[in-house]
Design a binder for this molecule. Structure first.
Ligand code: HEC
Ligand code: HEC
Ligand code: HEC
Length: 281
């Protein structure tokens, strides 16, 4: 997880990719210790340009994308590296695009799981970040252990007493099951829809706190054994990792026969508070 993000120069995968539906030729290469994305449409002199790529997101094992800035606003590169197939292609959902998607904003709900010490975007904007947009690459110690400054200060002040004193640092293993799972869920839980609570931001969550004070997850479930796999999107982890705090419901047969599948939205609340709603009733 330490390699989940960083400066583009630290993880360069060069590209030479022709996208047939748009007729655009993309290249990614390094020049004078900087990384560039260039694009041109052969035979159409109006379509060409280049952007400096600032950061990478994703180790490349499964995939990777780069980010660039325009007047300080952060955008995702139109092309992505697909690790399993070992090839470049358009960003997801743009495979058939006939233009160049240069306006994919990098919102906080994209950055918060991949970087550490993200700097909040300028108020009133969704993707205008201070530079650098984050102070630590990848998943830092503090994402699972909380702020460490008090712990370090105490260690300097009284080195002999710090061993075993965990009052100033979070050890996830010592938290209650809900709070412990929340440490991983902040990045490994997606839900079908995730809604931040009014006035709160998921990126302000700190280990040891209740995730549900910041964000609520909703997942649809259907009757039958597929309910889990269809409903929960736990990135990279099986839902059973979170068994202790995530309940599942199965619709009663009378409500929902095979031909009249209705969407049931279940609120997954990391604090253990459980509720369900049936839509289209
Ligand atoms: C809820 C947290 C979360 C959000 C939001 C999120 N990601 Fe991820 N992402 C993950 C996790 C965890 C993985 C690794 C497991 C997996 O591949 O499912 C991952 C995997 C990836 C990978 C492949 C990484 C590799 O190691 O090869 C890329 C690329 C990526 N994400 C980019 C993005 C982009 C771009 C956005 C914003 C549009 C985004 N992610 C939003 C958590 C998140
Ligand atoms: C992805 C989450 C995560 C990250 C990132 C992480 N840790 Fe941990 N760490 C844990 C968990 C969970 C435990 C408890 C393991 C157990 O006891 O089963 C732990 C335990 C520890 C312990 C042992 C505490 C004790 O008293 O037993 C130390 C020390 C520690 N981590 C230091 C670090 C440092 C330093 C970093 C950064 C280089 C780091 N951790 C990054 C999750 C993480
Ligand atoms: C700050 C966000 C964050 C936190 C907190 C976090 N992870 Fe991750 N985790 C990621 C990302 C991002 C990846 C993708 C790896 C990469 O790109 O380097 C990942 C990858 C993984 C993988 C490898 C998955 C795969 O398919 O390759 C496992 C397993 C994992 N995390 C477990 C955990 C556990 C257990 C915890 C809690 C102790 C945890 N993570 C906490 C963000 C996080």
């Amino acid at each position: 997880m330490a390699h989940a993000s960083g400066p583009a120069t630290a993880n360069l995968i060069s590209a030479d990719f022709f996208h047939s539906p748009s007729g655009v030729h993309y290249r990614i290469c390094s020049e004078n210790a900087r990384v560039w994305l260039s694009f041109e449409r052969p035979g159409d002199s109006a379509v060409n340009g280049k952007r400096e790529l600032l950061y990478y997101i994703g180790s490349g094992h499964r995939g990777l994308t780069y980010l660039f800035a325009r007047d300080g606003f952060l955008f995702e590169s139109p092309i992505n590296w697909y690790g399993r197939e070992q090839r470049w292609d358009m960003a997801p959902a743009y495979q058939k695009a006939d233009e160049i998607p240069l306006n994919l904003p990098v919102v906080t709900s994209c950055l918060r799981c991949h970087v550490s010490e993200m700097q909040a975007p300028v108020k009133g904007t969704e993707n205008l970040y201070p530079r650098p947009a984050f102070l630590q690459p990848g998943v830092s110690c503090e994402r699972c252990h909380g702020p460490g400054a008090a712990h370090i200060a105490a260690a300097h002040a009284a080195p002999a007493q710090i061993a075993g004193d965990q009052s100033r640092i979070v050890n996830p293993a010592k938290l209650s099951p809900e709070l412990r799972d929340a440490v991983c869920m902040q990045c490994h839980m997606e839900g079908k829809v995730a809604i931040e609570r009014a006035g709160r931001h998921a990126y302000d969550f700190r280990p040891g706190e209740s995730l549900s004070d910041y964000i609520r997850y909703y997942v649809p479930t259907w009757p039958g054994p597929s309910a889990h796999s269809e409903g929960l999107t736990t990135r990279g982890l099986t839902p059973f990792v979170f068994w202790s705090s995530i309940p599942t419901w199965v619709l009663p047969k009378t409500c929902c026969g095979p031909s009249t599948a209705r969407l049931q939205v279940v609120l997954i609340d990391p604090s253990g508070f459980r509720r369900r709603r049936v839509l289209n009733r």
